[in-house]
Design a protein around this ligand. Structure first.
Ligand code: SAM
Length: 213
């Protein structure tokens, strides 16, 4: 995602510590304290401008949501959406998802969303793909038994790679869709990228993988 650098973004993120968690490592194992209740915890990696996670949090007040995004000039738009909508069950982390196991304890998370993540098509960049085995090991660690990883993408090559990677890792695949929008699922919450690609007539792929011991 190419976005104009916003030199003021860092200051704005720091000015909203109730939404953008200042030191997420301190929350590991204690997200229930951050939200002030015990509720299933859903995490989106690469939240972008926040359309998906803010809508999910509004639709599902029974769950708590955390969005992780690396780029401060992008996550600041997600912050604006949170400020405007005053969503109590949503927090943001401005960080690299490589640190996932620092932010969440073993068996703390119920659901992980990977939406339109960078496909890194060159073989030499395989380790950067968010469905590479080292990332799956982190997801497995933080997810509860029967926890779910949901992937959506427009990129057929990345989708095929991910199905293979998830399956080889030993995760159980389900709900595979090769054309998600054809099904008109009212429960599907589109992301910014998803809307853009779907408008161009591109297929959207989706799958879920279950972590079981
Ligand atoms: N999920 C959004 C959507 O579907 O509209 C944004 C998709 S965009 C292609 C991928 C996003 O993931 C970018 O905003 C990028 O900065 C973020 N990202 C990539 N690698 C990341 C990482 N290791 N940790 C956190 N965010 C990451």
């Amino acid at each position: 995602m190419r976005v104009r650098h916003k030199p003021w973004a860092k200051g704005k993120l720091e000015a909203h510590p109730k939404i953008v968690v200042p030191n997420p490592k301190l929350c590991s194992g204690e997200w229930y304290e951050v939200f002030g209740r015990e509720a299933p915890l859903h995490v989106e990696i690469g939240t972008g401008k926040g359309q998906f996670i803010t809508e999910m949090a509004k639709r599902h007040p029974e769950f708590d949501f955390v969005g992780i995004e690396l780029n401060e000039s992008i996550i600041v738009t997600a912050l604006d959406k949170c400020i405007e909508a005053e969503i109590p069950n949503l927090r943001l982390i401005h960080a690299d998802a490589h640190l996932l196991t620092d932010f969440f304890a073993e068996n703390e998370v119920d659901y992980i969303y990977l939406n339109f993540c960078d496909p890194w098509p060159k073989n030499k960049h395989e380790k950067r793909r968010l469905t590479y085995a080292s990332f799956l090991a982190q997801y497995e660690y933080v997810l509860k038994d029967e926890g779910i990883i949901q992937l959506k993408t427009d990129n057929q090559g990345f989708f095929e790679y991910s199905l293979e990677s998830l399956s080889s890792y030993g995760l159980k695949l389900k709900d595979i869709s090769l054309d998600l929008h054809q099904a008109h699922d009212p429960k599907n919450v589109p992301t910014e990228y998803e809307e853009k690609f779907a408008e161009k007539g591109q297929r959207i792929y989706r799958c879920r993988a279950v972590c079981s011991e």
